[in-house]
Design a binder for this molecule. Structure first.
Ligand SMILES: C[S@@+](CC[C@H](N)C(=O)[O-])C[C@H]1O[C@@H](n2cnc3c(N)ncnc32)[C@H](O)[C@@H]1O
Length: 223
């Protein structure tokens, strides 16, 4: 028998923190109670921008998927899935496991949702939210990756701490980025150092030439 319970205003079970013992951060103007995350204001992306992002990041997505080494039973998380190309691929690779993605953009959520529906993938879920507040309990994932996204995180350290929390011990994190005048090699090395500060170990830093620029693939293992 299904018992209907009266839910008062304090029982908003859709909010991610309702499932955890942690309290939500204080409300700020760009805090969204629905996604449990900070939502940055940004201009709506045009179809052209999204197509360009897909083309531009195809190589980086391939590198990240190869480096993360997904096996069929893995539970995988992608942070900042964008149009959802790599997430759809990850769900195929983890065919007996699960692939989840979180992105702060509502537009990306809609695009990636359509993509997963089209692919009839049942082992994938897309969420809207921020890396600084991941709505999963600790040790939920075996593998995690983020492609061309870490430079956009509002706070790199809290994002990495969350990644550490939701990864299982021995779980693998891949961060793939382009080396640019803004994200220089020095910053890439600072990011690698921050990973060790947060508690990751067995760091591998690969910087390889790619067309007119260079790409960074950072691999770290959760201790
Ligand atoms: C440049 S796009 C790359 C998208 C995708 N990974 C790809 O390679 O095509 C960066 C993505 O990260 C997302 N993002 C940026 N900051 C984020 C944050 N703090 N939490 C979650 N997603 C974030 C953006 O919404 C955007 O979709």
């Amino acid at each position: 028998m299904i018992r209907r319970m009266k839910l008062g205003p304090s029982a908003l079970i859709l909010e991610p923190w309702a499932l955890s013992k942690r309290r939500p951060p204080p409300a700020t103007p760009n805090w969204s109670p629905y996604v449990g995350a900070r939502v940055e204001d940004h201009k709506p992306l045009t179809g052209r921008t999204i197509r360009r992002m897909r083309r531009r990041n195809a190589v980086l997505n391939d590198l990240a998927l190869t480096a993360v080494g997904i096996t069929p039973k893995d539970h995988v998380l992608e942070i900042g899935y964008g149009p959802g190309e790599a997430l759809a691929e990850a769900s195929k690779m983890a065919k007996n496991g699960f692939a989840a993605g979180i992105d702060r953009s509502m537009e990306m959520l809609q695009i990636a949702w359509k993509r997963t529906q089209k692919a009839k993938a049942k082992n994938v879920s897309v969420l809207r939210g921020d890396v600084s507040w991941l709505p999963w309990s600790q040790c939920s994932f075996d593998k995690m990756f983020c492609v061309d996204g870490v430079t956009e995180w509002p706070c790199t350290r809290s994002g990495l701490e969350e990644a550490f929390r939701v990864l299982k011990p021995g779980g693998v994190l891949i961060l793939a980025e382009y080396i640019t005048p803004k994200f220089t090699k020095a910053k890439a090395l600072a990011l690698a150092h921050l990973l060790t500060v947060v508690g990751f170990q067995d760091l591998e830093v690969h910087i390889a030439p790619n067309r007119r620029t260079e790409v960074l693939v950072l691999k770290a293992v959760r201790s």
